[in-house]
Ligand binder design. Structure first.
Ligand code: COA
Length: 373
């Protein structure tokens, strides 16, 4: 029988995985055995995606072939562009991602012509094309090219977003690291959603579309947008301290803090914080960094809570001139690697995921016909 301890399935082991460890004692966060610190410093998002989906780090020729493949798969079918053009301009970009993914599932359905691995890499390659085709069409009625000449997912996104403005190396690498940090995180809500859908033997697109829906919520991926809304309310660090204390007095949640699994720190946060500092120094925007850092200090002092990955990610994205509503879609561009790995892992040793519930409703009672109610 379920106990209170399992509220929100906290601490429940709901399956096995060989993909990542989260907060494991003495090990920390690893993807297929490699530490997040090593991957963020020495690897690239494309290598990490390959590692997660294929199970090993690519050698030089595998990497080259893989990168070329991703570049080739950025183009969108004409019918998908037509569908994206129908979406209202005030649609949230996460809804665009959800519809774009689902629509592609109609145009390139899973089957003999599109096997699961091919779909995983296709989605990884074309997610930013989907978002930015829609974005430019809504903003200016422009049917933008979704080719960019950029080799990486990070560069492709920044180039399509900012048009002809050259992409700064510092911003390209920051986004690359950010995608590595966001790529995978064990049985988080969206990945678990994808696994539940996969466990019914549904198709790959349905699992990813469901995962996008789960990621959208502010308690999960949506927190990076909410963190930015919070940070941008304050002009100075002192304003931030006053404002956050008031929010805490009203028992409001401060987005970008706390975590279900980590109890003392989120190892990804230190890495992205150092990038936030670097970008703010480079852009002469230390006031933004100082506001964020003061919020962190207040949260540690008052609530013993630490920033999670979403908090300083918001700062880095702001300095790179990425619109706030695109923050969570960036999470999608990265997490598709983890989702794909988990869908494949679930399918490889599948059993329908169907937990039990403790019934707390009325005792059995006689049915009352309409006329007697
Ligand atoms: N701001 C203020 N208080 C917070 C908090 C936050 N960000 N996160 C947790 N708390 C407090 C809760 O109010 C609660 O206090 P209480 O016991 O006095 O009621 C306690 O800490 C436990 O929080 P709870 O929400 O039950 O923990 P959880 O494990 O269910 O939730 C999160 C984990 C991530 C959902 C939660 O920390 C949160 O909502 N954070 C903000 C959203 C966010 O950043 N999400 C991204 C996660 S990567």
């Amino acid at each position: 029988m379920a106990t209170d301890k399992s509220a929100g399935l906290q601490d429940v082991i709901a399956g096995e995985t060989a993909i990542s460890t989260v907060g494991k004692k003495g090990v920390g966060l690893t993807y297929r055995g490699y530490s997040i610190e090593d991957l963020a410093e020495k690897s690239t998002f494309e290598q990490v995606a390959y590692l997660l989906i294929d199970g090993h780090l690519p050698n030089a020729s595998e990497l080259e072939t893989y990168q070329e493949r991703l570049v080739r798969h950025r183009e969108l079918p004409l019918d998908l562009k037509t569908i994206l053009e129908q979406l209202p301009g005030n649609t949230h970009p996460m809804d665009v991602m959800r519809t774009g993914c689902s629509a592609l599932g109609n145009l390139e359905p899973e089957g003999a012509a599109h096997d699961p691995l091919a779909i995983a890499h296709r989605l990884l390659a074309c997610f930013s094309s989907i978002l930015l085709y829609w974005h430019h069409f809504c903003a200016r009625g422009e049917r933008t090219e979704v080719t960019s000449g950029e080799k990486t997912v990070a560069g492709h996104f920044l180039r399509l977003l900012h048009g002809r403005r050259p992409v700064l190396d510092l911003h390209r690498r920051m986004l690359d690291v950010s995608l590595i940090l966001y790529a995978e995180h064990e049985f988080n809500a969206s990945t678990f959603t994808a696994r539940v859908i996969a466990s019914t033997r549904s198709d790959f697109y349905s699992a990813v579309t469901g995962a996008i829906g789960a990621l959208r919520g502010p308690l999960h991926g949506g927190a990076n947008e909410m963190a930015m809304d919070l940070i941008s309310r304050f002009k100075t660090a002192d304003d931030a301290e006053k404002g956050v204390l008031q929010m805490l007095a009203k028992k409001e949640k401060i987005m970008g803090f706390g975590h279900r699994v980590y109890k003392n720190c989120d190892p990804r946060s230190e890495i992205i914080k150092s990038w936030a500092r670097k970008l703010c120094e480079d852009a002469n925007r230390m006031e933004l960094f100082n506001v964020a850092e003061r919020i962190e200090q207040v949260m540690r002092r008052e609530k013993k809570l630490f920033p999670n990955l979403d908090f300083y990610s918001a700062v880095t994205y702001r300095v790179a001139c990425i619109p706030t509503p695109m923050f969570t879609p960036l999470f999608v561009f990265a997490r598709i690697a983890g989702w794909a790995a988990h869908i494949l892992e679930q399918r490889a040793d599948n059993r329908l995921i169907r937990p039990a519930a403790r019934y707390i409703g009325p005792a059995p009672r006689p049915y009352v016909p309409v006329a007697q109610r």
